[in-house]
Design a protein around this ligand. Structure first.
Ligand code: NDP
Ligand code: 13P
Length: 352
């Protein structure tokens, strides 16, 4: 049932797999324009209603429009100041700063109605260790009408674009942003839950990718389902230790954006982070694995996660093992032996 907020215009910035899947979902309810940095993707969406490189076999709604003109994309949500607008940032963490800097130049200093900005990327900045909400706070202006949030949870883009069921969480301190997101995305195939725990939601999304690399390697070495279950469970403990030390709420880590996304990414073969682990187990080098341009954010943020853990004197053996394998030449089998050789302890011997 449409309401006032579901009629707000939506612009998605970034036409990869997740940006396009979300744009397709939004286009069922709201006037939606997706911006692609390359004209080829915009033309494929407008003319063939497909984006085979990112979403093979998916027919996109004919109502979804695309452009490679950034000014036009922003005008779609800001042109009419008589209603709010929603921008979904569909770029990976590596493009978040760029897109914020670019967007900054197009924002007016004053506006009557809110502009909502929804982040979807997962990870820490590899240099500064900032989370996505901290990056947007640094590079976007602090106008009262500009409100931001993060959408996360277990969601392979391909399945969402195929119209299969999904449950996601929107985290924000702005209840109207959460309401707007629900109005546009909730219903039909998607359930949207809300949270105010931005830190917990973003840390869950960042750290589950690292555990997915570990599980991919374990499965690639045929170490069995017991090993996978152990990695998932102890990985969750690691995520919760780091997350709560940084201010996240413990309960968030057993929710969609913690355990939910962890289970999906560690077990689902559509996960690019899991694919990195599988390829490492086959003896491929990291450079060769990433040469195709694979977006596997656990690789980019594993060292930042380890640095954060060390700064807070938190044990993070799985993150340590992933870093040792990815960047320091340890073989996956040596990493397994290293993990198994750890001293025996109480299962809940930390404050987790
Ligand atoms: N794919 C999924 O299943 C899910 C992904 N996510 C998250 O969504 C985010 C986006 O990932 P995803 O869509 O999968 O990645 P993809 O690799 O599928 O697409 C990334 C898109 O972002 C564009 N892009 C990259 N850098 C920039 C930049 N600096 N400026 C403008 N555009 C840029 C790329 O453009 P071009 O095509 O020209 O290279 C591409 O269209 C990630 O953080 C990911 O963790 C979250 C949930 C599910
Ligand atoms: O985050 C995702 C699903 O929620 C996608 O995982 P990958 O980035 O590993 O493909």
């Amino acid at each position: 049932m449409p309401n006032a907020l579901s009629t707000v215009p939506v612009t998605v910035l970034g036409a990869g797999s997740w940006g396009t899947a979300l744009a397709a979902l939004a286009s069922h309810r709201a006037s939606t324009l997706i911006w692609a940095r390359n004209a080829h993707s915009a033309a494929a969406i407008n003319q063939q209603h497909q984006l085979p490189h990112y979403l093979p076999g998916v027919k996109l709604p004919t109502t979804l429009q695309a452009t490679d003109d950034f000014a036009r994309a922003i005008d779609h949500v800001l042109g009419d100041d008589s209603q709010p607008g929603l921008i979904i940032l569909g770029v990976p963490l590596a493009g978040l700063q760029d897109i914020c800097v670019r967007l900054h130049d197009y924002l007016p200093t004053q506006r009557r109605h809110p502009l909502y900005i929804l982040r979807t990327c997962k990870g820490f900045d590899p240099k500064t260790s900032q989370l996505p909400h901290q990056i947007t706070a640094q590079y976007l202006p602090a106008y009262s009408w500009l409100k931001t949030g993060t959408l996360s949870g277990p969601s392979f883009a391909l399945e969402v674009a195929q119209g299969l069921p999904v449950a996601l969480t929107v985290a924000s301190h702005a209840p109207d942003l959460a309401a707007c997101t629900v109005s546009i995305l909730h219903g039909q195939s998607a359930r949207i839950y809300s949270s105010t725990d931005l830190i917990g939601v973003e840390i869950g999304g960042a750290l589950k990718n690292i555990i997915a690399i570990a599980c991919g390697a374990s499965d690639g070495l045929a170490l069995g389902t017991n090993a996978r279950a152990a990695l998932i469970t102890r990985g969750l403990a690691e995520m919760q230790r780091i997350g709560t030390a940084l201010g996240g709420q413990a309960a968030t880590f057993s929710g969609l954006t913690g355990l939910g996304d962890l289970v999906l990414t560690t077990t689902g073969d559509l996960s690019r982070n899991r694919q990195v682990g599988l390829a490492i187990a086959q003896g491929k080098t990291l450079d060769a694995i990433l040469a195709s341009g694979l977006t596997a954010e656990g690789v980019r943020c594993a060292q930042a996660a380890l640095r954060i853990a060390q700064q807070h004197q938190i044990e993070a053996p799985i993150t340590q093992a992933v870093c040792d394998v990815l960047f320091h030449g340890l073989s996956p089998m040596e990493a397994v032996q290293q993990l198994l050789a750890r001293v025996a302890r109480l299962e809940h011997s930390y404050d987790d």
